[in-house]
Write a protein that binds this ligand. Structure first.
Ligand code: CP
Length: 325
């Protein structure tokens, strides 16, 4: 049993924190997907709200930039009727030298119930969960190169909406695997949910040396790697995490690994194209593919709201109330 499993689950095996996919059983991942399914219709109602987290206070703590994750967490919390506080780190007392733990103690003193944390340091969300009082749940909104578990779950939700079942699926993840917290969480989710085959496709410099221990097949050639796949997940080059030169040039990268319509032709005709965002057009993906009929990139964003509602309500122990509440 991993340390993450101990801290993420209650003794009754319910979700307490959501820090990483690693160590969570298939049943918990399936419950997140099923609960998200029940919340997905809330966004289509005239009044996009259910009273499930009424009276709860959720604090968004984003120490790193975000567009999709921060806003969909905020929307998800509001649709659950929670009170949401977005701490603006740039103008907070953190810039005056206050330590992370002192900032958290002050937020705890405001009777918060949940922290949603994005941080450039791997392990930051786990550290916060370990140092928070029992009544607080912590959700990891992306920590360094380590994990982005809510992104992985919204990706799994999007895949299940298209294919119903994970068992027959071949999935290829293309791009900067080395620096990607999203890829790590997706691989754990896909293998836990029983996908037939998970492939990673990238130049040798962008693949971690021990990646096969995660149960994936490694390819350096797009034609071979995309052959017969059902799902193509494209990742951006995480330039902010690259300490040195990993690639000869962006042009050469696009020529070899950029997903064009021609390269998408190597996958199954029914294959869908995914990207967690932000996308860099003309670097890892052609505009005609990103905006094309097989792209589900914007559906991933919409699905992120229902999935985050599910995870927040499960960690607060209120998921059973359902979307009809
Ligand atoms: N996918 C993702 O994490 O995007 P943001 O950085 O905009 O949150």
């Amino acid at each position: 049993m991993s340390y993450r499993q101990n801290i993420q689950l209650t003794p009754e095996k319910n979700l307490k924190h959501f820090l990483a996919i690693e160590g969570l059983p298939r049943a918990v991942l399936m419950k997140i997907l099923d609960t998200a399914e029940s919340f997905s219709s809330v966004g289509e109602r005239a009044v996009k709200k259910v009273p499930i987290l009424r009276g709860k206070t959720i604090v968004n703590l984003f120490f790193e930039n975000s567009t999709r994750t921060r806003t969909t967490f905020e929307l998800a919390a509001k649709r659950l009727s929670a009170d949401v506080l977005n701490l603006n780190i740039a103008v907070s007392a953190t810039s005056k030298g206050e330590s992370l733990l002192d900032t958290l103690s002050n937020l705890e003193a405001m009777q918060s119930d949940m922290f949603v944390v994005r941080h450039a340091q791997s392990g930051a969300a786990h550290f916060i969960a370990q140092n928070s009082p029992d009544h607080i749940s912590v959700i990891n909104a992306g920590d360094g190169c380590h994990a982005h578990p809510t992104q992985a779950m919204l990706d799994m939700f999007t895949i299940r909406r298209h294919f119903d079942d994970f068992y027959p699926l071949k999935v290829a993840i293309v791009g900067d695997i080395l620096h990607s917290r999203v890829a790590r969480s997706q691989i754990h989710a896909l293998t836990t949910l029983g996908a037939n085959e998970v492939r990673v496709i990238a130049p040798k410099t962008l693949i971690p040396v021990d990646i096969t221990s995660m149960g994936v097949h490694v390819y350096h050639d797009m034609q071979q790697g995309l052959k017969d796949v059902d799902v193509v997940i494209i990742l951006r080059l995480q330039k902010e995490r690259m300490g040195g030169a990993f690639l000869p040039s962006m042009q050469e990268y696009y020529q070899t690994y950029g997903l064009t319509e021609e390269k998408l032709g190597y996958a199954k005709d029914s294959a869908i194209v995914m990207h967690p965002g932000p996308i860099n057009r003309g670097v890892e993906i052609a505009s005609s593919v990103a905006d094309g009929p097989r792209s589900v990139i914007l559906k991933q964003v919409t699905n992120g709201i229902a999935v985050r509602m599910a995870i927040m309500s499960m960690t607060m122990g209120t998921a059973g109330q359902g979307a009809s509440a």
